[in-house]
Ligand binder design. Structure first.
Ligand SMILES: *Cc1c(COP(=O)(O)O)cnc(C)c1O
Ligand SMILES: [Zn+2]
Length: 369
């Protein structure tokens, strides 16, 4: 698979190099242009239970082996019925990952790519889980790592990042100030920006979420509940289901039911107002720190994806999030509040009878306070 970057705004193409992260011409977001992804499920069955079973669909040459030194077995997480009283509702237990969140899908692929490009240092900014994930994989790959985060980040996530030897830059400011500080450092030092938001390779990892669901169900569900802050799982799942559609493995895209916290819901608001992009909002504070993104850089793509699947947005209140966390724990699943928001959103969703739905349990409870 050979790729180029393409600017989402002015459509200029650029060679893949280690220090480009936005369009040098207009500052637009970069997407990946690649050959058509060919999915051949007959090849998957006998392969290892990780996302690398889909190597032909990932942005590496088929005989590439560099990823073997980076992988920690991420992916191919369990898909199970949540509760026998509702046999059409499944949970995908993505907190069963090396660093306990779905971000490992993107980080493993992104860091394997950085290694292939000869990168020796990466910079990332995060509200927590992406930082822990990038820190872990960078360390494993022998790449130095600087993580920018807000001072209010969960202490357990900070401890996790520290344990992997990353340098932490705790910024006194909101999520946007943290990103700005990281981007300044990237520009000044000309380092590799291992951003789960800007770097399109991250989404090449998260798209395996869709492949796995298809493989585990032998079909696609009617709907997928997806939490959304910056949209890395949402866009990844969308790309993955598009690949399945383009390969004739499914006949239509599952509806994307996007979940935001009521107290920080710029995308839900834009969607309700039929806007193409989302205006930044003031984060009024939410337990769901993983989706507390007041200004989503890829809002245009996220809104378009939800629209294309005939999907919708649901927002959840703090009370609903806390209650949903308890409800999941009572079923055996201990998740962080950000993940509880997914279940809270599901409970509010007006579903059809027998509608097949997948809810991601994508962040572990012990990460939160
Ligand atoms: C990062 C994260 C999210 C939100 O992902 P986005 O890419 O910001 O949309 C949701 N849940 C958990 C557990 C996360 O770590
Ligand atoms: Zn451009």
């Amino acid at each position: 698979m050979s790729e180029q970057y393409r600017c989402h705004t002015c459509h200029a193409n650029f060679e893949i190099t280690d220090n480009i992260w936005k369009c040098p011409k207009c500052g637009g977001l970069l997407d990946l242009v690649k050959e058509k992804v060919v999915l051949d499920p007959t090849k998957w069955k006998d392969r290892e239970a990780s996302l690398w079973r889909y190597i032909e669909a990932l942005p590496f040459s088929n005989d590439s082996i560099g990823w073997r030194n980076v992988t920690m077995g991420e992916g191919y997480t369990p898909l199970i019925v949540l509760d026998e009283s509702e046999p059409h509702t499944f949970v995908k237990v993505d907190y069963m990952m090396p660093t306990l969140s779905f971000k490992d899908r993107g980080a493993a692929v992104l860091i394997a790519k950085a290694k292939e490009l000869g990168v020796t240092k990466v910079v990332e900014d995060s509200s927590g889980n992406a930082g822990t994930s990038i820190a872990a994989y960078a360390k494993r790959a022998g790449i130095a790592c600087d993580i920018y985060l807000g001072k209010a980040t969960s202490p357990k996530k900070i401890a996790q990042i520290k344990a992997h030897g990353a340098t932490i830059h705790a910024i006194d400011g909101n999520r946007e100030a943290v990103a700005a500080a990281a981007q300044e450092a990237v520009t000044e030092e000309q380092t590799f920006y291992a951003s789960h938001v800007y770097n399109p390779y991250f989404y090449e990892g998260t798209k395996t979420y869709a492949y796995e669901i298809w493989e585990q169900m032998n079909t696609a569900p009617d709907s997928v509940i997806i939490p959304v802050g910056n949209g890395t799982l949402l866009l990844g799942a969308y790309y993955g289901f598009k690949d399945l559609l383009n390969n004739g493995l499914i006949m239509k895209l599952p509806r994307i039911i996007a979940i935001q916290a009521e107290n920080c819901a710029p995308l839900a608001r834009a969607f309700a107002n039929h806007k193409q992009t989302a205006e930044p909002v003031e984060n009024a504070g939410t337990e769901a720190e993983g989706i507390a993104i007041a200004a989503a850089a890829r809002s245009e793509q996220i809104l378009a994806a939800v629209r294309e699947t005939n999907g919708e947005f649901i927002t959840t209140s703090e009370e609903e999030i806390i209650a949903a966390r308890e409800a999941l724990a009572s079923k055996g699943f201990y998740v962080e509040p950000t993940t509880a928001a997914n279940y809270a959103g599901y409970l509010k969703y007006k579903r059809q009878q027998h509608e097949m739905i997948v809810i991601p349990l994508c962040g572990a409870g012990i990460k939160a306070n």
